[in-house]
Design a protein around this ligand. Sequence first.
Ligand code: DQA
Length: 157
Amino acid sequence: MARILVLHGPNLNLLGIREPEHYGTLRLSEIDQQITDLARKEGVTVEIFQSNSEGALVDQIQQALGQFDALVINPAAYTHTSIAIRDAILSVGIPTVEVHLSNIHSREAFRKTSLIADVVIGQVSGFGPQSYLLGFLGIIEYLRKPVHLQKGKRKGK
Ligand code: DQA
């Protein structure tokens, strides 16, 4: 059974009250419940972790080695700043999907740059909470592919 770790970055614990015009009105706990329901339906195991601190997210990525088959991460503001999270993803080599509630390409210029976009399998951005579910399904499909096809997808530098 595939094991997937979902990571939420800073300020996502405030979903529901935080800038609803960008992030909607669902709370993080409600999104987590949807992810957990989807995991059960798809027959995979999931763990979910949120932190406001960059180091804690790096620790989780490192500790995922040997424990998880894939990562789904919304690094939130660290998307645009964190070489440490990028390096951690590259270091463990675990297939990762990047998700964002809002479309980061249609907002302020500084949000258009993701420091992890070129080291992940793919990015889902702009579908609200559905971004997590689409990313989750995407990585499950990826894991179901033959190994040689999986490797062909990696773009790590
Ligand atoms: C976000 C987009 C980021 O630019 C922002 O800093 C966030 C949330 C999103 O899910 O749309 O905190 O990652």
